[in-house]
Design a protein around this ligand. Structure first.
Ligand SMILES: NC(=O)c1ccc[n+]([C@@H]2O[C@H](COP(=O)([O-])OP(=O)(O)OC[C@H]3O[C@@H](n4cnc5c(N)ncnc54)[C@H](O)[C@@H]3O)[C@@H](O)[C@H]2O)c1
Length: 441
């Protein structure tokens, strides 16, 4: 949904607890929860979270006003967050975090008590969608509709237990098998009818998204599977005025890609090829070793370059480049992914050059602050009256949602400007144009 023409007259304050629902209590979700627990005890810094650290320039340059974002918009405080999760694997968050092997014992031990208290609720899960996984902690209701209603009951019960009037849901579950949208996804009526007859085109992540929207809970999708990104659920989000965002957290290689590609294009240099490969040894890597789940991820990763480089405008520079993306499951690396990019570019008179990127990153360490930012910004969006698709949060996604007929914005720096300008708009501050008219004669 586009932003309203006028800014909201009032943005409700962030009062009381905010429940963060996490379908999927694996590496990313546990790293996020453990991190929040550590940070709110003052034992770590919220590195990587714009909601905690980023400033925003307001007014003209000479005014030197650069408050923190969190000081100009009402965001929930870390002390007000409460957590709930679903997972087919019944491990509590302490056990799941230890198995994920992301955080060191010195960190996990400090918050072990809090993590042990986070026990996943039985999941809406179907191993046909994630063939490399199975687990016993699963809802066994007869129809998908019943399962989705049970998720709604979980949401209501948990919020009552937490004393929360507000909640958000961030999908941190495994990447589901690729599915092209079918008739069942096209309208809410078709979707709800399909749930009642157990239509195989309805993925578990869609049941969570439906349940969240029906309960007025904003939903973000951190994985590349469709989930809320279908017309039926977009229409539901619009109709109910509930914010949604997705999809696929932009963490490592794609984050780099959407920073480097705009730099190549800004200089009007050409591109003949971009080869990206990764080795990854966590459970996500294992799930992505299945061709059906990898296809979903590949589709998400491949979409980026064309929209940044706009070959239709620059056929001589970007009309014919090769783009290959590979992910190899390699257990010794665990969550510490290594990515290599070989970028073949061309300069003046077509002379070839190469850029090599070797990124030794930590997947969940990059993803956790994104979960935090999305939780806080989605809750803010709901209080600011912004329903439907939240394009201003494209910054966080490999494959951002965009209104029908429009290409999504992938350029990291345009995404950042969009995020900050949306905040300026919502609080009634001038847009920053970088014209420099304040000092030009
Ligand atoms: N870490 C990153 O940098 C990154 C970046 C982009 C996207 N992602 C996506 O985020 C998701 C989580 O990544 P991760 O590393 O934590 O994976 P993970 O395998 O450690 O955790 C995923 C968890 O989801 C659970 N799950 C699967 N289906 C479920 C369902 N229907 N309901 C509830 N739980 C379910 C699994 O049992 C598992 O515990 C993946 O889809 C991944 O592709 C991660």
């Amino acid at each position: 949904m586009p932003l309203p023409d006028t800014r909201p007259a009032r943005i409700a304050p962030a009062e009381g607890p905010l429940t963060v629902f996490l379908p999927g209590l694996g590496a990313v979700a546990t790293t996020f929860v453990a991190g929040v627990e550590l940070i709110r005890r003052g034992h770590a810094e919220p590195v990587g979270a714009l909601t905690q650290l980023a400033t925003i320039r307001l007014g003209q340059r000479g005014e030197r006003r650069s408050p923190r974002i969190r000081d100009v918009i009402p965001l929930a405080g870390l002390e007000d967050l409460r957590f709930a999760a679903w997972d087919p694997i019944p491990d509590d968050a302490a056990t799941a975090a230890r198995k994920a092997g992301v955080l060191e014992p010195r960190h996990l031990d400090e918050v072990a008590g809090a993590l042990a208290g986070l026990v996943p609720m039985p999941a809406a899960f179907d191993p046909r969608w994630v063939t490399r996984l199975d687990g016993p902690n699963v809802k066994r209701d007869a129809t998908m509709r019943d399962v989705a209603e049970a998720l709604r009951a979980d949401i209501r019960d948990t919020m009552a237990r937490h004393g929360s009037a507000r909640a958000v849901m961030i999908w941190c579950g495994s990447t589901e098998a690729f599915v092209a949208p079918t008739a069942a996804h096209q309208s809410l009526a078709a979707f709800e009818a399909a749930m009642s007859v157990n239509d195989p085109a309805i993925a578990p992540s869609m049941l969570y998204a439906w349940a969240a929207l029906m309960e007025g809970v904003p939903y973000a999708n951190g994985a590349p599977n469709l989930s809320v990104d279908i017309p039926a659920l977009e229409a539901l989000a619009e109709a109910r005025g509930v914010p949604v965002a997705g999809k696929d957290f932009k963490t490592g290689q794609t984050w780099m890609k959407t920073a480097i590609a705009p730099a190549i294009k800004a200089r009007m240099l050409g591109l003949t090829g971009w080869y990206s490969t990764n080795i990854l040894g966590n459970r996500d890597g294992e799930v992505l070793d299945d061709p059906a789940s990898f296809k979903t991820k590949e589709t998400s990763k491949l979409s980026v370059l064309h929209t940044v480089l706009q070959p239709e405008l620059y056929p001589q520079l970007y009309g014919d480049f090769a783009h290959v993306v590979r992910i190899n499951y390699y257990p010794p690396r665990g969550d510490n992914k290594e990515g290599w990019d070989n970028i073949d570019i061309t300069g003046w008179l077509g002379y070839p050059m190469q850029i090599k990127v070797n990124f030794l990153c930590r997947d969940s360490i990059l993803a956790a602050p994104i979960v935090l930012d999305l939780a806080l910004f989605l809750d803010f969006a709901a209080r600011a009256g912004l329903g439907g698709m939240q394009e201003w949060l494209s910054f966080y996604f490999k494959s951002p949602m965009a209104p029908a007929g429009l290409t999504p914005e992938h350029d990291l720096f345009i995404q950042q400007a969009k995020l900050k300008n949306t905040i300026r708009f919502l609080i009634g501050e001038e847009q920053v144009t970088h014209l420099g008219t304040e000092y030009a004669p």
